[in-house]
Design a protein around this ligand. Structure first.
Ligand code: GAL
Length: 420
């Protein structure tokens, strides 16, 4: 391995040297303590909706270009998104030019980003928003653009110089698990070293799982959030698979989530094409229960008032952003119903009842209040409010009473229980 003008040359880099480098850098004992993401990150990320469309000739309105991000920034500021908390406007893959510059720095595609990322960052900041960017721990990004392997320090510095506020760090084209782990750790330290506050969004566990169970305690020490499972797509199958994976692995992943570090089930696809209204409600409700980052991937220029109202629902967002910062979990599954709950600050609880049956009409489910929150959600009584699908005060419930709800097929009823 050679260090040439601050750049680690990748092809001849033995794993051991990188580890040594990383250890010398103080890895291991140090935890990620950047003071960021004390509640789950909220914002917008281009990937699911706009993917890797680089053809601005044919599709000027949906290609990955500064115009797209500037339009989204305008709307985030003017249409109430920023006001309810959506703050980070995030670029995903395919923003780069195919080559680094003569000094080894990443550069944005000059045709699609004529003002460069720093120019875009200035614009985004002028709207009171923050800018996120994307890079990859390996030799290439998933879409084949230059990877950061061998360039972690220089890339961290470049992003900081540009005024970037969040880095999504993907895990494609990484030659070994060891390099993957070391790379994610190294980039965390490199970002910290820049002195700029940059939220660090990892995909480390997703790329670890095929090899071995990730060490979540360690991941939390380096990342502000981390993807565990496959990419979301605009379909109910995808939402169900993410919920299924999350509940099957909740014993490993729920305890580790908390202020500063969150499990990331990928973006909200509400406002797109593939989910029915009830399924959109389910995604919003469950992303709130799971204390997930709320990063939308949709087109804010064309979104129905209904989807907008759901995404901007302050009561759902309050559950997602609850300062206690404990992730919810599934606590019962029977008769094609799933019940999830999440402890909130001031001894409140959020409860979600999901009807997974996709035939027939609304089905009712009755739950005894005493079975919620380990028996402690409602002592001696509480006030129950239905948040979704529509807001409704359900009134006082005693610990000994029960609650009967009607839930639409593939829909969810989201409740909030406040101690009285
Ligand atoms: C995937 C990643 C997606 C998106 C895509 C870009 O690996 O999980 O979220 O970033 O790469 O190529």
């Amino acid at each position: 391995m050679k260090l040439v003008s601050g750049v680690w040359q990748p092809d001849c880099m033995p794993a051991l040297s990188l580890l040594a480098l990383v250890l010398c850098g103080g890895l291991g004992a140090r935890a990620l303590n950047n003071g960021l993401a004390m509640t789950p990150t909220m914002g917008w990320l281009h990937w699911e909706r706009f993917m890797c469309n680089t053809d601005c000739q044919e599709e000027p309105d949906s290609c990955i270009s500064e115009k797209l991000f500037m339009q989204m920034a305008d709307l985030m500021a003017s249409d109430g998104w920023k006001a309810v908390g959506y703050e980070y406007l995030c670029i995903d893959d395919c923003w780069m030019a195919p080559q680094r510059d003569s000094e080894g720095r990443l550069q944005a595609d000059p045709k699609r980003f004529p003002r460069g990322i720093s120019g875009l960052a200035n614009y985004v900041h002028s709207k009171g928003l923050k800018l996120g960017i994307y890079a990859d721990v390996g030799n290439k990004t998933c879409a084949g653009f230059p990877g950061s392997f061998g360039y972690y320090d220089i890339d961290a510095k470049t992003f900081a110089d540009w005024g970037v506020d969040l880095l999504k760090f993907d895990g494609c084209y990484c030659d070994s698990v060891k390099l993957l782990e070391d790379g994610y750790k190294y980039m965390s330290l490199a970002l910290n070293k820049t002195g700029r506050s940059i939220v660090y969004s990892c995909e480390w566990p997703l790329y670890m799982w095929p090899f071995r169970k990730p060490n979540y305690t360690e991941i939390r020490q380096y990342c502000n959030h981390w993807r565990n499972f496959y990419d979301v797509s605009d379909s109910w199958e995808s939402i169900k698979s993410i919920l299924g994976w999350t509940s099957s692995n909740q014993e490993s992943i729920v305890p580790v989530a908390g202020p500063g570090g969150w499990n990331d089930p990928d973006t909200l696809v509400i406002g797109n094409f593939g989910l029915s209204w009830n399924q959109q409600i389910t995604q919003m409700a469950l992303w709130a229960i799971m204390a997930s980052p709320l990063l939308m991937s949709n087109d804010l220029r064309h979104i129905s008032p209904q989807a907008k109202a759901l995404l901007q629902d302050k009561d759902v967002i309050a559950i997602n952003q609850d300062p206690l910062g404990k992730q919810g979990y599934q606590f019962r599954k029977e008769d094609n119903f799933e019940l999830w709950e999440r402890p909130l600050s001031h001894s409140a609880w959020a409860v979600a009842m999901v009807n997974l049956q996709d035939t027939g009409g609304p089905r009712s489910y009755t739950i005894s209040i005493a079975s919620l929150g380990w028996g402690m959600a409602c002592i001696p009584d509480c006030v129950v409010t239905q948040i979704l699908p529509v807001k409704k005060k359900l009134g006082f419930y005693e610990w000994t009473s029960s609650l009967k709800m009607q839930v639409n097929p593939t829909g969810t009823v989201l409740l909030r229980l406040n101690t009285s």
